[in-house]
Design a protein around this ligand. Structure first.
Ligand SMILES: [Zn+2]
Length: 326
């Protein structure tokens, strides 16, 4: 489960650091040189990059920041706070304890400490999240002001991620197959908080299954190669109609479909995949002429997700075609 890092960046120093090493990502050669000077290797995750946003925290007066930083893991979401708002979010891709690098990037603070507990970021996104909403979720008093570096690791992290849509679209935190199998056994509950959390975990597992390690993949309907953030792990057979046993067959149950239309066209059954693996339009649904222009190039394409294993789910989808009285 990803954690949420609360990173105050309100003072003049912090604002300058934000400009210098977040808005202007740090060139990798500079990092490599500073690490090499003290015998540290460049973290693997940086090897393929040319520059990376970097942040760091001092040990803290009693070592409290260092202890928090120990918990930070790739996939965690960092929220930057200043001027009564969370003004940016980002996703952690790695970290290193490196005072030399920190001194080179930012110097020392007035107490002679440097920001040596360093972490590397991706997906920097401008935000404007009010501290009021944050205080409510965290069950803090209404006048709370985030003041220290803090890592939220309990259930409130999931709430923050959900309510502010913070989760990374490319780096997908792990949900194990056994966790997934437990989730699909659960009765379909009310639309309460726990049900929403479970659905998010399930979707995360399926996305990881299809997309982990890929920056782009091919939509199985239109054949376009797209960034994975524009693709969904689509249920070939409608999820609500699947038994737990079918859900456990996730290798065959889901396929990559794009959010540029294919996922909706398939889910709403404007198109289906026939018993030969060929994409067909649903003759029972009237199309506007503009929609006809979208569907026509798809008709007759071979769907690469159609396999002996997925066939039964595509057949269910084709058999249960929606009809609309015209
Ligand atoms: Zn598509």
């Amino acid at each position: 489960m990803p954690r949420v890092i609360i990173q105050p960046a309100a003072g003049a120093d912090a604002r300058a650091h934000y400009e210098d090493t977040i808005r202007q990502p740090v060139p990798i050669p500079r990092i490599r040189t500073q690490l090499a000077a003290v015998g540290l290797p460049l973290p693997d995750v940086l090897a393929s990059l040319t520059a990376v946003p970097v942040w760091g925290v001092t040990p803290g007066s009693r070592g409290q920041n260092a202890r928090c930083w120990e918990q930070v893991q790739p996939g965690d979401v960092a929220l930057f706070y200043g001027q009564k708002r969370f003004f940016a979010s980002s996703v952690v891709i790695g970290k290193i304890h490196a005072a030399t690098l920190a001194r080179d990037l930012w110097g020392n603070d007035p107490n002679g400490q440097t920001w040596e507990y360093v972490y590397f970021l991706d997906e920097i996104t401008d935000r404007s999240i009010s501290v009021d909403a944050f205080n409510q979720i965290m069950r803090y008093s209404a006048n709370n002001i985030p003041q220290g570096f803090q890592v939220v690791a309990d259930g409130r992290a999931e709430d923050l991620l959900a309510l502010f849509s913070l989760e990374s679209s490319t780096s997908i935190p792990a949900v194990s197959p056994s966790e997934y199998n437990t989730l699909v056994e659960l009765p379909a509950g009310e639309l309460d908080r726990q049900t929403l959390v479970n659905q998010r975990l399930e979707q995360r597992f399926l996305r990881r299954h299809l997309f982990q390690g890929h920056s782009s993949r091919t939509c199985c309907i239109c054949g376009r190669n797209l960034p994975v953030e524009l693709l969904v792990a689509a249920h070939i057979k409608r999820r609500a109609d699947c038994t737990a046993e079918e859900k456990r067959d996730y290798q065959n149950l889901v396929a990559p479909m794009c959010q540029l239309g294919c996922d909706d066209l398939y889910e709403r059954q404007y198109i289906t995949v026939d018993h030969t693996g060929t994409i067909r339009r649903n003759p029972n649904l009237p199309l506007t002429s503009d929609l006809q222009d979208v569907v026509a190039p798809l008709e007759g394409r071979a769907c690469p997700a159609w396999t002996p294993g997925t066939q039964q789910y595509f057949e269910w989808h084709a058999r249960n075609q929606r009809r609309r009285a015209s």
